[in-house]
Design a protein around this ligand. Structure first.
Ligand SMILES: [Zn+2]
Ligand SMILES: [Zn+2]
Length: 122
């Protein structure tokens, strides 16, 4: 198995990375927060990030990160949306909106084709 030392995104402690960018303690802490946010959202599906933050004590940007990382099913909650990485359009899953996703797929295909044409990568 390929293990490597990483710096925890939250407490900046060094730890042996297996998965993700949080040390085991922060991961546990995050799991607790995710659970709190999910429980609240399941009862109040229409809540937006600031409302959820107020009720759970979890920062709004963390809540949106949970959504982006797929830790909470944002598509089930009306107002949990985070911006597409390209055009800032609000989305509920993945990193890009549908339009940017298909644009990127097209770009990718073009690049692959170009690589094939010239016969040398990049
Ligand atoms: Zn940590
Ligand atoms: Zn987009």
């Amino acid at each position: 198995m390929n293990t490597q030392l990483a710096k925890c995104r939250r407490c900046a402690k060094l730890f042996t990375r297996e998965r993700g960018d949080l040390c085991p303690e922060c991961k546990k802490d995050e799991n607790r927060q995710v659970e709190k946010v999910r429980n609240f959202l399941d009862l109040h599906k229409e809540s937006g990030p600031s409302k959820v933050a107020e009720k759970t004590g979890v920062a709004p940007e963390e809540i949106l990160r949970f959504a982006k990382d797929g830790l909470i099913p944002a598509s089930e909650y009306e107002n949990i949306r985070y911006p597409c990485e390209v055009c800032q359009e609000p989305i509920a899953s993945g990193r890009f909106c549908k339009r940017c996703n298909s644009n990127l797929a097209e770009e990718f295909e073009k690049t692959v084709e170009k690589m094939r044409d010239t016969g040398r990568p990049r």
